[in-house]
Write a protein that binds this ligand. Structure first.
Ligand code: CO
Length: 213
């Protein structure tokens, strides 16, 4: 059996196992999804949203990209955000980075990665904003991990700059925004920041008037 075939066989086994435990498992899930959480995480294969939080299918709406970025011109991210916030009405958004992130690591070097440079450019901008703090770290790995943390906080800030979040905060006082960093070496989540709905959390220049939402 090759590696590819293994996936399909494991799928059959998983489906059977679920049905053994609960006959209506898939019928119920197929009927409706009502997740309470939107996850914005890194594409890294070692950071699966549901596994590390012990959640089941149907519980977390997921968007992943390299280094868990919230780029305000990214139509993919914005569409996921709009759907999660205004249709699914999630109560929490989790931006989850991870220590040792390859995307962040690449961004703090001068190496060229072709097309990916354009994506890493967003991380370099975050580095530039916090250069003094990041450069205090004596080692390269330390710099990467410091920037991983600062980047997560910055992406949370970028979320509340969107009219999508501001509109929801005005309409229903939700969702709350959480910034986490996952440790690949111990499997534990480090909770860095929570932003609860409050206009004061938004830098004044990014606050939109009602008419412009
Ligand atoms: Co990563």
């Amino acid at each position: 059996m090759n590696k590819y075939e293994r996936l399909l066989l494991q799928n059959k086994a998983w489906s059977e196992e679920k049905l053994t435990l609960d006959k209506s498992y898939f019928e119920r899930l197929a009927f409706q999804q009502k997740p309470n959480f939107l996850w914005i995480g890194c594409s890294d294969s070692r950071v699966p949203a549901d596994r590390i939080t012990g959640t089941d299918p149907g519980e977390i709406f997921v968007h992943r990209n390299i280094a868990n970025m919230v780029v305000h011109t990214d139509l993919n991210m914005l569409s996921v955000l709009e759907y999660a916030v205004h249709y699914l009405k999630v109560e929490h958004i989790i931006v989850c980075g991870h220590y040792g992130c390859g995307g962040v690591d690449a961004a703090v070097t001068n190496k060229s990665f072709g097309l990916i440079n354009k994506w890493l450019r967003n991380i370099k901008e975050v580095y530039k904003m916090h250069q003094a703090e990041v450069d205090q770290e004596p080692t390269h790995a330390g710099k990467v991990n410091k920037l991983v943390e600062l980047n997560v906080v910055e992406q949370c800030q970028d979320l509340i700059k969107t009219s999508i979040i501001q509109k929801a905060w005005k309409a229903r006082k939700a969702p709350a925004i959480h910034g986490w960093v996952y440790g690949l070496s111990n499997g534990l989540i480090n909770e860095l920041i929570t932003i609860t709905p409050d206009v004061e959390a938004i830098h004044p220049i990014f606050r939109y008037e009602d008419s412009e939402l």
